[in-house]
Design a protein around this ligand. Structure first.
Ligand SMILES: Cc1cc2nc3c(=O)[nH]c(=O)nc-3n(C[C@H](O)[C@H](O)[C@H](O)COP(=O)(O)OP(=O)(O)OC[C@H]3O[C@@H](n4cnc5c(N)ncnc54)[C@H](O)[C@@H]3O)c2cc1C
Length: 464
């Protein structure tokens, strides 16, 4: 069996390692348009903020491929799929035969069609990130265009480097897809306190030598302009090969396209009408596809998403249907703008269908569990919003959390799995990470994993 993978990003590299774990003999070739070894794209925000170095975000190094008998062709983009003869053709003319093909081509950053946009740097790849950091060293002022998750992380990262930053956003409030108006405003106030000037409801008309020109003619001065205007799935290869493409490459529950020998996973895939933009679904899809490719029966049924911001001094988690109002659901809300705190629960038919937690993260674990499992919400709503007030113990501490609670969202790791690997001898976070991959995605679960490991050690009287 010959497997060819197109795309060496987070989904493609995970698929290859999962297939190799299950089948030591399959012939595997992976093509990657980027010249470097695969890296954790999620952590580019940390690199930009200076809390990780580029060499610390590698996923697999070159020796891994040699040791696992995988041919890796990096800096080699696939330009064409010949479905008749089952070959892919690279841009430098190499033809590689396949029995099974996986498309994991991810997304491109959207570059708005405005004059001078070539002066701006998108924020998608390690190369982009290194360019931004180089320019930031010389820059006096920066503008970030786009107030979604990425734009906010970029703006906060640049402000943390001591650069005055203006964040421009077209919509009326930040992260409008995940947050309601008030949460977006509170987030804006928090960022303003950290040195990021926020301008919402503005449209950019050009990028000039001396800054960004708005539609009304105002110039926002900057000598560094970063684009975070969203992403678009890379589907050209699949479309040209005649595969069904809507927003992404359409796949079924086995992650197969309408050609049964071709799979698509990650941000380029569209499953049940949804194209996901986070790493947890990409890795879940990689695992299901690897199982199917090696003869297993796994199915993918979609993912429930929890978005967490990775910006120093800004705690934010958002999940589910956060925009529902009292008309359609029970909404429990607390806002204390002076402290940058906003909490909202959206409950329908007794179940948590959405939540926003801004400012503090003490309830994130409990709410994520309730949201993930679709369990009945306890009657004590205040105790849910503020675990410290709870009249009944809330399962946010390692002690009370049930074994089924998902601790690492990116890698789908439960407390029970962490306990099992602790029982098998892992006594610290590094050991748990090596055994389960928990903490190796966005890294926001690190404290929770550490808490569980310490608690297990204490229970057994092992000093940590
Ligand atoms: C700065 C930043 C921060 C993020 N933060 C988070 C976060 O906190 N949480 C979260 O869940 N997600 C986050 N994401 C999103 C996450 O990184 C993506 O969801 C994830 O990388 C998707 O994986 P993928 O493999 O589908 O795509 P990618 O990782 O983009 O990989 C696709 C690869 O395919 C290659 N490719 C494309 N076409 C071809 C071709 N024709 N031939 C060969 N190779 C090709 C591309 O060059 C690329 O290397 C963040 C993204 C960025 C940029």
């Amino acid at each position: 069996m010959r497997l060819v993978v197109v795309g060496n990003g987070m989904a493609g590299s995970r698929l290859v390692s999962e297939v190799r774990t299950r089948d030591p003999h399959m012939k595997i070739t992976i093509f990657g348009a980027e010249t470097c070894q695969p890296y954790n794209r999620v952590l580019l925000s940390n690199v930009l903020a200076g809390s990780s170095r580029p060499d610390q975000v590698r996923l697999l190094d070159s020796s891994w491929y040699a040791a696992h008998n995988v041919e890796a062709a990096f800096g080699s983009a696939v330009a064409h799929i010949d479905r008749e003869t089952r070959h892919v053709v690279t841009d430098d003319g190499r033809r590689e035969p396949y029995d099974l093909l996986v498309l994991a081509t991810g997304s491109d950053a959207i570059v708005p069609p405005i004059p001078g946009v070539e002066r701006a740097i998108p924020f998608r790849t390690l190369d982009d990130c290194e360019r931004i950091m180089r320019d930031a060293d010389q820059a006096r002022r920066a503008v970030v265009i786009g107030g979604g998750l990425l734009g906010i992380e970029a703006a906060r990262g640049l402000a943390g480097r001591g650069l005055p930053v203006t964040l421009l956003h077209l919509a009326g409030h930040l992260m409008e897809r995940q947050l309601d108006v008030e949460a977006g405003e509170v987030l804006g106030e928090t960022l303003a306190g950290l040195g990021v000037e926020i301008r919402t409801g503005v449209s950019t008309s050009s990028v000039d030598d001396d800054g960004v020109r708005l539609d009304d003619g105002e110039l926002i001065e900057a000598d560094l302009v970063v684009l975070a205007c969203g992403v678009r799935p890379i589907t050209g290869l699949a479309a040209e090969a005649g595969l069904e493409v809507r927003r992404g490459v359409v796949v079924d529950d086995e992650l197969r396209t309408d050609d049964p020998s071709i799979f698509a996973i990650g941000e380029c895939a569209e499953h049940d009408g949804t194209v996901y933009g986070l790493v947890a679904p990409a890795w879940e899809q990689a695992s299901v596809a690897a199982d199917v490719i090696t003869g297993g029966k796994s199915l993918y049924h979609g993912s429930r998403l929890v978005t967490r911001l990775k910006a120093r001094s800004v705690e934010l988690a958002a999940m589910g249907e956060t925009h529902l109002t009292e008309e359609h659901a029970e909404v429990v809300r607390f806002s204390h703008r002076a402290r940058g705190t906003y909490r909202k629960l959206v409950i329908r038919d007794g179940r948590l269908v959405g939540a926003i937690l801004l400012g503090e993260s003490d309830a994130v674990g409990t709410l994520t569990q309730l949201f993930d499992r679709g369990g009945q919400v306890p009657g004590d709503r205040a105790g849910l919003l503020f675990p410290g007030l709870s009249s009944t113990p809330v399962a946010d501490s390692p002690t009370l959390m049930p074994d089924a609670a998902k601790v690492c969202q990116c890698n789908n790791v439960t407390k029970g799995q962490i306990r099992a690997c602790w029982e098998a001898g892992a006594r610290d976070v590094a050991g748990v990470a090596a055994a389960t991959r928990a903490t190796t995605g966005c890294g926001t679960c690190r404290d929770a994993v550490e808490g569980i490991v310490s608690w297990l050690c204490e229970q057994e009287g092992i000093s940590v």
